[in-house]
Write a protein that binds this ligand. Sequence first.
Ligand code: FAS
Ligand code: PHB
Length: 390
Amino acid sequence: MRTQVVIIGAGPAGLLLSQLLDLAGIDSVVLEKRSRAYVESRIRAGVLEDQFQELLRRAGVGARMDRDGEIHDGMNLAFDGRMLRIDLAGLTGGRTVRIWGQTEVTRDLFEAREARGGAVLDCAEDVIPRGFDGEAPYVTFSCGGASQRIDCDFIAGCDGFHGVSRASAPNDRSETSERVYPFGWLGVLSETAPVASELVYAYSPRGFALCSMRSQSLSRYYLQVPAATNPDDWPDDRFWDELRARLPEALADGLETGPSIEKSVAPLRSFAVGAMRHGRLFLAGDAAHIVPPTGAKGLNLAGSDVHYLSEALIQWYFNGDPVALDTYSDRALARVWKSQRFSWWMTRLMHSFPDDPPFNRRLQRAEFEMLEESQAAQIVLAENYVGLPY
Ligand code: FAS
Ligand code: PHB
């Protein structure tokens, strides 16, 4: 078998790249180890930057998002019971974010690939990128027990943090940067009305809480928990009681509770590779970097990577111009690291770090009070939250 680009991973990065390349007339094959149903069922991100939304529209998968996804022109920080609204639109010349779950993005992308006859092979096992340090890369894998090989011009590693692509690249540990946090997020999805009309990121000495949503009848909540927490140790009543304890009283009093329809723990880490290109292998999305979800950047960074990589491949194929491919890694990592900074800053501000000395806790309060008093500080937060330029 032969194609122009083999894409490993059918998450949002892989599917979006395949769709954008297809629309430009470039063939690809997507290899996914899980079933489509499993990939579509994973509950993950919920906030889309405006540039990511535009990318989805360009890919022809923006209609449902524009019809059903809520536009938010503000978000809220709560700190020890005090609330501060960040007027995203007012502080950024009218820019907003949209609430639209990653599951919806992935569903629309799968359907769009199917509608165009795109090759997405789910349940591909033992996928291995090979020969990418030369001019004739190929990928081997098995499907239904039969060994397969696909020859190609390029390989895109879009297979997430635990994928095979980064692991197959030359392993120079000195190049990767990582910070693992001593806590994770316990997430709950419930068919209840959201406690507030906009997102609320809440700091309390008991720990962080996030009040988000997927619609006006589907709420998404998170609690900071120790990293090794088992969600089974958190029956619904315990979750709701702890959430109330971490929110400002006025919010807590209005919290509508109900049975959780999904409950899971996500670890928090900051991670980035030193290089997103290795010969003819290009990394994109979580395969190359991970940010703590506090800044709502993970999915959005996958979008900017795919924008840069799809444009670079189009330049190579149709103009014979290699410059954008040669500069892909530096260009993508420049935006990644600015989002790493913002995600780390939001995480540091809004979480209770178990071993923090009193000085650090007092510094958190000073940071919040500075935000309360400084429009300039709020502008920096708002510009990062709605999304830095591509
Ligand atoms: P993905 O991990 O989504 O997709 C990679 C795909 O590659 C998967 O389908 C996987 O099955 C496949 N794959 C892996 N290894 C393979 C192999 N060897 N062969 C073939 N296929 C392989 N971001 C936010 O902004 N907000 C959030 O609240 C948030 N919550 C998250 C919770 C969790 C538990 C996780 C893991 C991530 C969360 N993220 C969140 C980040 C998340 O949204 C990612 O940024 C986003 O999924 C990135 O998309 P991809 O790069 O496509 O990677
Ligand atoms: C979500 O709704 O899942 C969500 C929203 C904002 C974040 C993280 C997760 O920062």
